[in-house]
Design a protein. Sequence first.
Length: 179
Amino acid sequence: MNRTTGASSPEGQAATNLEERWQRRLDRACAHGAEALLAWAELLESAGWCVALRLGSGDLWLGSRGADDLARRGGKAESWTDLLTQWQHLPEARRHLEGSGVRVWAAESPVGDEAGKQANLTPREGEVLKWLKQGKTDPEIAAILGCAVRTVEKHVGNLYRKTGARNRAEMILQGREDE
């Protein structure tokens, strides 16, 4: 831009156009990155993890599983600062990812199934039964619980034996009748 007249020179106009194009590209990349991050957060949520993200504006995105988990413990988070306060009260074993704008933790599993109590299930078997009731597969349950698929298969076998069920559907239906 010519400082004395305020008119744009061809070189100045080209530089401005280039800056505008790069800014548009950067804006699109940031929007795409934010969309991808939210998609990953939702995927982790669907796999049974609690997820919280600090958005660029400093706001908080908290998945429903995380909000439920905090509420079960008598807490809530309306801002990133609130979440950090709640994070400090989580047992170390439940904290799985701690980044500058990301927190991922394992939900506290309310093992209180009547079917589990009646069949004398271990707490871990109760957790596996809970996830089976939600339609999770053995690999999904293994990922949620942080163990090997073979371990989940062993728990499922124990559930068959203890509940007397012949298949998953029967085991799930038995558990629902007891609720």
